[in-house]
Structures are given as C-alpha cells and as structure tokens.
Design a protein. Structure first.
Length: 92
C-alpha cells in the first residue's frame, strides 16, 4: 500500500527547526499538493517515518521528515531542509 499525505500537522519544535533553515510552515504544507515523492526514511529503520521530497508553489525543492499519526493520511512534520541533489533526482 502506498503512503498518502492529505494533511500535515506541525509542532512548535518543528516550526523552529524549519524556520532555522528558512522554511515556512506554508511552504511545508504545499508539498503534498504539488509534485512530490514519499520514501522510507533510511535513518529510522522500520519506524513510521517517511521523507516527503517535493516542490513548493514557488518552485523550491524541500525534504520533510514526517511521522505517521493514528489518522491514516495525516502526518506530523518532524523536521525539514532544502532538498539535496540526490533527493531532487528522485523527483525526476
């Protein structure tokens, strides 16, 4: 089954992490509505975390670490950064 992201939730801690990297909550929320891919987070093994790699409305490529919630298509943002070259290749 493919992971679907219909809603992203964000905590104050995650907002601080994103803000330190120049990423707004609005930009993070745009990723599921635009071209994106969802992959398992290679750093967390078999946990419920994924990476969402996608584009903002303004064309920025971002990567978000998200964690599953009890709601199937609702995910919690943990952190994020400007997508690396390797991550951007996954969007092609």
């Amino acid at each position: 089954m493919t992971d679907a992201v219909h809603e992203l939730l964000i905590t104050e801690a995650a907002l601080d992490k994103l803000g330190a990297r120049g990423i707004s909550a609005q930009e993070a929320e745009q990723l599921p509505r635009n071209r994106h891919v969802i992959v398992r987070n290679p750093r967390t093994g078999a946990t419920a975390r994924r990476l969402v790699i996608g584009h903002t409305d303004g064309g920025r490529s971002l990567t978000l670490v998200i964690e599953a919630t009890i709601e199937r298509a609702t995910w919690l943002i943990i952190t994020g950064w400007v997508a690396t070259d390797a991550e951007r290749k996954l969007l092609r």
